[in-house]
Design a protein around this ligand. Sequence first.
Ligand SMILES: NC(=O)c1ccc[n+]([C@@H]2O[C@H](COP(=O)([O-])OP(=O)(O)OC[C@H]3O[C@@H](n4cnc5c(N)ncnc54)[C@H](OP(=O)(O)O)[C@@H]3O)[C@@H](O)[C@H]2O)c1
Length: 267
Amino acid sequence: MSDVLRLNDGHMMPGIGIGLYKVPPEQARDVVSTALEIGYRSVDTAALYENEAGVGQAVRDSGLAREDVFVTTKLWNDSHGYENALRAGKECLARLDLEYIDLLLIHWPCPARGLYFETFQAMQKLRDDGLVRSIGVSNFAPEQMDNLPELPVVNQIELHPLFNQHELRAYNTVHGIATTAWSPMARGRLNDHPRINDIAAEVGRTPAQVILRWHRQLGNAAIPKSVTPSRMRENFDLEFTLTSEQMSAIGALNQNQRIGPDPMQFA
Ligand SMILES: NC(=O)c1ccc[n+]([C@@H]2O[C@H](COP(=O)([O-])OP(=O)(O)OC[C@H]3O[C@@H](n4cnc5c(N)ncnc54)[C@H](OP(=O)(O)O)[C@@H]3O)[C@@H](O)[C@H]2O)c1
């Protein structure tokens, strides 16, 4: 299993990235620097997280070539609409202070606003102008992706063993859209689950590693968040294999139980 996903526009995205939701702005540079030292080459931020500046600082200070780090950011809900999104995308890039953004996502579809089509068109323009390499969405349903001017490269969605999104993953796969799992570890709700603990004991790994490996074997990218260096290391060390029985056992934990908001309602 390769540790990168080929996106439908030809760009490559690492299978594991560091998530940065709730990482305070003043901590972001150090967290991302540590992640890059450990070997992470993908970073997930958003305008909402207010830590893009720290991400850019860490990437610039890392000594890595710009093309060796994959930076994702997202347009917040108040930035929908063509002109708004154009401005907001440029502001993301200015805060990151990098040459370009690897992947720009619409954070939520906000169906009540009815503006995601125009928002996506603005992202096409940002890509055509070279500010962004790839464009995608987050929290989108099939009927919303069908309505876009072109297929997104990624749909980043809530996805973990308690909410395994079987149908949405299948839609993404059939359309060549990469699935990235947010809250891949259900924000700790599975740290002490008996079935996951059993599998962790069987393979001599931690519960978090078992869950992240499950994602990778399903073909999902995952963006686990941690500010704890030992956990960041653990989450990046996934060189082992789950059997098909272990994969099925984790698949059977699904309860269709969201942690986050329902994207059809969230504005
Ligand atoms: N697109 C969207 O709408 C959306 C929504 C939510 C999140 N996201 C993205 O997805 C990322 C991940 O989601 P998330 O932060 O909600 O949840 P998560 O990654 O499932 O869980 C993070 C929590 O698990 C802990 N943790 C991390 N590694 C661990 C380990 N090995 N063992 C035990 N505990 C561990 C972290 O603690 P410490 O940090 O204290 O170590 C933190 O409390 C976010 O950071 C963000 O980038 C996107």
